[in-house]
Ligand binder design. Sequence first.
Ligand code: IMP
Ligand code: MG
Length: 174
Amino acid sequence: MEGKLRKLFDEADIREAVKRIARAIARDFDEEEIVLVPVLKGAFMFASDLVREIGSPVIIDFVRAASYGAATATCGEVTLTKDLETDIRGKNVIIVEDIIDSGLTLRALRDIFLARNPKSLKICALVDKKARREVEIEGDYVGFTIDDGFIVGYGIDYAERYRNLTAIFVKEEE
Ligand code: IMP
Ligand code: MG
């Protein structure tokens, strides 16, 4: 899949979305401690901006999820290739993902984490592709909702490329 990049959300759009999400998190948690869990690798840039806007006490811990399936689509089983190092029992946990697509990854992460009895579990995603959902999962904090299209930039890759772009682009097929 080669093709041109078309800018979808620029730096200012992203900054605004990050601040809006941070305000919603502040409203929900105030001075309560949060465990923020970015999902590697796609959420690293989003999470690093988001955490700087969060005033509540925050612990950051990462997971990496692997799904068996095609490179750009998720189908089937999801496993953690890097698990949390933090005990989340009784904690306020927020999973931070780049994209909710079919929803399979986040549903699996949610189930794995809920089994550890956190006090609360919320889902934060930079981009929600709502129309492509295959399982029931809702983002509690969502930056942008898009219909379809393959996006790259701001941490999000195509075959490990484009993560360093500071804006979000649609990768158009030729
Ligand atoms: P889901 O399990 O189908 O919801 O898949 C979500 C994951 O698929 C995201 O975390 C991304 O890694 C990947 N993904 C889905 N859509 C895109 C896209 O447009 N660009 C890059 N990665 C994507
Ligand atoms: Mg991902």
